[in-house]
Design a protein around this ligand. Structure first.
Ligand code: NAI
Ligand SMILES: CCCCCC(=O)/C=C/C=C\C=C\C=C\[C@@H](O)[C@@H](O)CCCC(=O)O
Length: 251
């Protein structure tokens, strides 16, 4: 997918990984609807980016992804402003095990909500233009995270949901071509506000630009559907998942 003229919706775009995703999409010619619950930070980012990119290629919309009403309105605003939606990056997320129900509502339910909204808008068999959905999971979505059992559950859920949706889109292509791909990205530690608010963190950190470049790869490479791409310090790799052997219940 060439990005020139394409429209992306990025959640959690006001800082961190979401801001880095927004910048690399703008740099590569896309228009971006930045969504975030943090209005002040979101407006500040758009003001700063407007100094480097054409202001009519971006918009900020305050949106809490836990709200169906706010998320639907934000998608509608993006469609009205840019004419359609080609890319969705479900990036918004949080880490707070003391707020575990809020974390499930944000990290998992919010990204599922965004995915289903995108399927409606992108679906070629319903007048859409097709597109690609990137769900930001985590390395903690592929294995245990001692300090974050519920966080890890939300990110495992997101990998499972993304793989299931993408396999379904691939399976029905012969009857009703949605023209949509879905992939997960699974970063290791990245120095952002989310991390800086957690005291006991160690580990090697990937760079924001590395994560953004991996997301660009998943967006532009149209052969990628149902993938989980790991990006950690100085390394990236596509996860090979076990396939169930139909003749037995062994993976
Ligand atoms: N920083 C890291 O080490 C890693 C982060 N991730 C994931 O990457 C994504 C982005 O994380 P960071 O950039 O590190 O976080 P961050 O805290 O720096 O930025 C997250 C952004 O999302 C927004 N947000 C949070 N909840 C929201 C909601 N309900 N509705 C709308 N916006 C909301 C925040 O206002 C903030 O602007 C998250 O899904 C996180 O789980 C995954 C692996 C590693
Ligand atoms: C503690 C807060 C973290 C919030 C940000 C975040 O998601 C950071 C994740 C960073 C590292 C997670 C590492 C998990 C490692 C193990 O579970 C390992 O088994 C994963 C193996 C994945 C693989 O396929 O190699």
């Amino acid at each position: 997918m060439a990005l020139s003229g394409k429209t992306a919706v990025v959640t959690g775009a006001a800082m961190g990984i979401g801001k880095a995703i927004t910048e690399i999409l703008l740099k590569n010619g896309a228009k971006v609807a930045l969504l975030d619950k943090n209005k002040a930070a979101g407006e500040s980012v758009v003001e700063a980016l407007s100094k480097e990119y054409e202001p009519d290629r971006m918009l900020f919309r305050e949106c809490n992804i836990k709200s169906d009403e706010e998320f639907k309105a934000a998608f509608q605003k993006a469609v009205e402003t840019f004419g359609g939606i080609d890319i969705l990056c479900n990036n918004a997320g949080m880490f707070d095990e003391s707020e575990w129900e809020n974390m499930v509502s944000t990290n998992l339910v919010g990204s599922i909500r965004g995915t289903y909204l995108a399927l409606e808008h992108m679906n070629k068999s319903k007048g859409g233009q097709g597109g690609v959905i990137i769900n930001v999971s985590s390395l903690a979505g592929l294995g245990p995270l001692l300090t974050g059992p519920v966080y890890s559950a939300t990110k495992h859920g997101l990998v499972g949901f993304t793989r299931s949706i993408s396999h379904r889109l691939a399976a029905i292509i012969s009857t009703s071509d949605y023209g949509i791909r879905a992939n997960a990205i699974c970063p290791g530690f990245v120095q952002t506000n989310l991390i800086s608010e957690i005291k006991s963190q160690t580990g090697q950190f990937a760079h924001l630009v590395d994560v953004a470049e991996c997301i660009l790869e998943l967006v532009t490479d149209e052969t990628k559907n149902g993938e989980a791409l790991v990006v950690v310090k100085d390394s990236k790799f596509y996860v090979t998942f076990p396939t169930l052997d139909k003749s037995s219940d062994k993976p």
